[in-house]
Design a protein around this ligand. Structure first.
Ligand code: ADP
Ligand code: MG
Length: 456
């Protein structure tokens, strides 16, 4: 399919080369549909499932237009959560490697304001952030958006769900009217259309059909008595042995309780919800993404916008309210062509709600057909070491790798993902090697310096 080749677009040779380096051999469907318009400067509403490559669609678009020599904020990307903003910034940084000196700054709530002021003083070309925090900067005059010519609303549906419309409208009063506005959403609704009508100009709508994204998801529904859900959940794990899974439930208390009970049943699980401090959330997300945690039990808000690659299973422990939430939840599995497993448990009095999903052709199955298995366990592949040193201490991934494989003598294969934050770094170590690695790092030096190291 020639039309899906990036080189059919008027992109620079450097950008094309960079895309090849990143491993983007061809456009995803939503990219092929939207990029021609985006590059023409048109306003676009793009609706496509989670995991279909929307970030690169707008990222390539805004970089195409960016004038690096003009050191002013030219693009603003609004996202619903800090995690999502971080992911978007990361993807755009990767895409921007073809262009020298592009400065991208994230501005999100939940982190200290002061350091953001410092970063803003140094200037930026692209700002990625959450509406509330951006507005705070605008009101304090620490951010100017008068040169913005591209505005992106990413996960617009989620932002509306989370009640950000007012803040978005207020932010918009600081952005020039003459601009390109791109609206991305996993679902399409009246509300989204209304937002489009009020902030976009002659927008083109591009949608990709349900079958496009390469997500192959098998959806199974089980009717379960309320008190029996945990038992069924454990059986689902033992019968389908997923590499990892997210279990969605409705309340924070439930999330904690499910995670605790799973642990007592030797199923490695952590919970995530809105009551956790930012750093606790981060600890959990890092562990789930680096394979130090097999099961994440989450409320919707907590798991919003997460891009976890290779998620094998999603379980709706509580039936989601509405098909949009359902689509959003299950869209996290089965990415990149791999087959995903989506399970939904419902109680007999929720049967009617469950029936609403029949149009999607899910399998309604009998939980009693799930086998009980003795001795089933889900252990994490890795365990995470935390090093109390990060970017601000000039610690880089290479330094940590060097310390572990050099003096400590660990094999490269025993080391998983490395995440470096401002003041802390996380290294995933093969579970069987973690005590050894901990000992070595604790007693050794990284870049000639001693750092505190602990096991998470
Ligand atoms: P969405 O925002 O639609 O949920 P993302 O933009 O987060 O999806 O992309 C999902 C994944 O697909 C990311 O890991 C991204 O790096 C990858 N990706 C995006 N575009 C391409 C492409 N053209 N080829 C291969 N992978 C891609
Ligand atoms: Mg996205």
């Amino acid at each position: 399919m020639n039309t899906k080749e990036f080189k059919t677009l008027p992109l620079s040779a450097e950008m094309l080369e960079n895309l090849k380096d990143i491993g983007y051999t061809e456009m995803t469907d939503i990219q092929a549909e939207s990029l021609p318009y985006i590059l023409q400067g048109r306003d676009v509403i793009a609706e496509a499932k989670t995991g279909s490559g929307k970030t690169a669609a707008f990222g390539i678009g805004l970089l195409y237009k960016l004038q690096v020599k003009k050191f002013r904020v030219q693009a603003l990307i609004l996202c619903p959560t800090r995690e999502l903003a971080d992911q978007v910034a990361k993807e755009i940084r990767m895409l921007a490697r073809a262009t020298h000196n592009v400065k991208i700054l994230t501005l999100c709530g939940g982190v200290a304001f002061g350091p953001q002021l410092g970063s803003l003083r140094h200037g930026a070309h692209i700002i990625v952030g959450t509406p509330g925090r951006i507005l705070k900067h605008l009101k304090k005059d620490s951010l100017s958006l008068t040169d913005v010519d591209t505005l992106v609303l990413d996960e617009a549906d989620r932002m509306l769900d989370m009640g950000f419309s007012e803040e978005i409208n207020e932010v918009l009063t600081f952005v020039p009217k003459e601009r390109q506005t791109l609206l991305f959403s996993a679902t399409y609704s009246k509300e989204i259309l209304a937002v489009s009508a009020s902030i976009q100009n002659d927008a083109i709508t591009v949608k990709t059909t349900a079958t496009e994204s390469g997500n192959k998801i098998v959806e199974r529904f089980y009717e379960v008595e309320y008190g029996k859900k945990l038992e069924v959940l454990v059986k689902i794990f033992s019968n389908f042995s997923p590499d990892n899974a997210i279990v969605f439930c409705n309340t924070k208390a439930e999330a904690d309780e499910i995670a605790n009970t799973l642990q007592t049943k030797k199923i490695d699980a952590l919970s995530i919800h809105g009551d956790l401090e930012q750093y606790e959330r981060n600890d959990v997300l890092v562990q789930f993404a680096n394979k130090s945690c097999r099961v994440l039990v989450a409320t919707d808000v907590a798991a919003r916008g997460l891009d976890i690659k290779e998620l094998s299973m999603v379980v709706n422990y509580d039936i989601p309210h509405g098909s949009e939430t359902y689509t959003h939840r299950i869209g996290r599995t089965g990415r990149a062509g791999a087959e995903g497993l989506a399970f939904t448990l419902y109680t007999p009095n929720e049967a009617q709600n469950a029936n609403e999903y029949k149009s999607r052709n899910p399998l309604f199955e009998d939980a009693s057909e799930l086998k009980s298995m003795n001795g089933f366990e889900m252990k994490p592949t890795n365990i995470t070491l935390v090093i109390e040193g990060g970017k601000k201490d000039k610690v880089r991934a290479g330094d940590l790798l060097g310390a572990l494989t050099g003096e400590a003598g660990l094999e490269g294969a025993s080391i998983g993902k490395i995440d470096i934050y401002d003041r802390q770094s996380y290294v995933a170590i093969k579970a069987s090697e973690v005590d050894y690695a901990h000992e070595k790092l604790k007693n050794g030096k990284i870049k000639g310096k001693k750092f505190s190291v602990w096991i998470l």
